[in-house]
Design a protein around this ligand. Structure first.
Ligand SMILES: *Cc1c(COP(=O)(O)O)cnc(C)c1O
Length: 379
């Protein structure tokens, strides 16, 4: 196995994607530089408009990153210190970080073993009279069980803030057949344009979505130092903007988003077919109610050899990642918020998950080599 150096396999290949789109991206970038409208320039307005059309929502608001989006969302809901916000324990740290920062209490609950997404039974059990918000995370690119979550939220009068950082473009289908893009189902949706996300810019970026005109105005005010009018600060705010340069890049890339998704889905399908006979690994389960945009292609290695497989792949020039190796409630900064026992599925997943290379520029040669190496390991 010595093809690895020629193949140069990466988790995410930003360079080849840029080269493929270089002409139009460079043009958009240089137009923005030439205009020198670096803050709130025309490309930002255009991107927000295009994004709302794509998402089919009332308002899209560009912000500095996905973490800020989550923070501003919670700031817009008029919560008070000590209010509880329910999050899955198996997620990226941002989801819980902003809750703690705002003096709210993150309540971490278990996820479903098959889908990696928040478990509705654990969610409902965690509700107290202090609970105000649920933050479902559409992990790895597949929607959480939103119809169920909406029912719970309705019953207990809770807000829903969706963390769609990994799931832009994912479509949710309700039992009546109607569909919505994730990020537009809850009161507020949040996404990230971090370079390696499915719609990535050339630095940090994020956006928020809402169907409520009132909330969209509140969000814009908070993201702009709490001012709706210049020098009239009506509320505490932050400084969080999507740079015009980033919006210019995103305007070009948004046109390709559905193609990006299809490329990822194709890679996932080839992995799925190749691994279906292996008893040692479980391929990602696809839910009926959601499309999957495969931000990550995440296997479960059920024979206890996850770390061994990772090392073997590494030895053969194939990167792989463990998202996420430690439950949130076991992180030093988050232990203070957690009183319960170990969460069964979260614990198990931290020991079993392994994400394989997944991106829009995967060649059949690369994927064949990755698959051959995985199959050889389990032979
Ligand atoms: C990437 C990510 C975020 C944060 O986005 P940034 O733009 O990096 O701040 C939040 N939640 C999840 C699940 C993410 O994957």
């Amino acid at each position: 196995m010595s093809q690895e150096s020629e193949l140069n396999i990466q988790m995410v290949d930003l360079k080849s994607q840029y080269e493929r789109l270089k002409a139009s991206i460079d043009k958009a970038l240089f137009e923005t530089i030439d205009s020198t409208a670096f803050i709130k320039g025309p490309a930002l307005q255009e991107f927000e408009k295009n994004l709302s059309l794509y998402m089919n929502c009332t308002a899209s608001i560009g912000v500095a990153n996905g973490t800020d989006a989550l923070q501003i969302a919670l700031m817009a809901l008029d919560l008070k210190s000590g209010d509880e916000v329910i999050v899955p324990a198996f997620t990226y740290v941002s989801t819980a970080e902003v809750i703690g920062l705002l003096g709210l209490t993150p309540v971490m609950v278990d996820v479903d073993y098959n889908t990696f997404n928040i478990d509705c039974h654990s969610l409902e059990q965690a509700i107290t009279d202090k609970t105000r918000v649920i933050v479902p995370v559409h992990l790895f690119g597949q929607a959480a069980d939103m119809e169920h979550i909406e029912k719970i939220a309705h019953k207990h009068n809770l807000f829903i803030v969706e963390d769609a950082a990994q799931a832009i473009g994912t479509e949710y289908t309700y039992s009546d057949g109607s569909t919505k893009k994730v990020g537009t189902l809850g009161n507020i949706g949040c996404t990230s344009f971090f370079p390696s996300k499915n719609l990535g810019c050339f630095g940090d970026g994020g956006a928020m979505f809402t169907q409520s005109t009132e909330l969209s105005q509140k969000i814009r005010t908070i993201a702009n130092h709490g001012q709706a009018q210049k020098y009239m600060h009506t509320t505490l705010g932050v400084n969080s903007r999507l740079d015009t340069i980033q919006a210019a890049v995103l305007n070009v890339k948004l046109e390709h988003l559905d193609d990006f998704v299809q490329r990822r889905q194709h890679v996932a399908q080839v992995y799925n077919e190749s691994f279906q006979d292996l008893d040692d690994i479980i391929t990602p389960q696809k839910e009926q109610f959601s499309t999957h945009v495969y931000h990550q292609y995440t296997l479960k290695v059920v024979d206890g050899r996850r770390d061994e497989l990772k090392a073997y792949l590494q030895f053969n020039g194939i990167p792989s990642m463990v998202y996420y190796p430690i439950p949130l409630y076991e992180q030093e900064a988050y232990k203070q918020y957690y009183v319960g026992g170990k969460l069964k599925n979260t614990e198990r997943l931290t020991k079993e998950v392994l994400s394989l290379p997944m991106h829009t520029e995967m060649t059949p040669q690369m994927q064949e080599y990755i698959i051959k190496t995985v199959l050889y390991f389990f032979r």
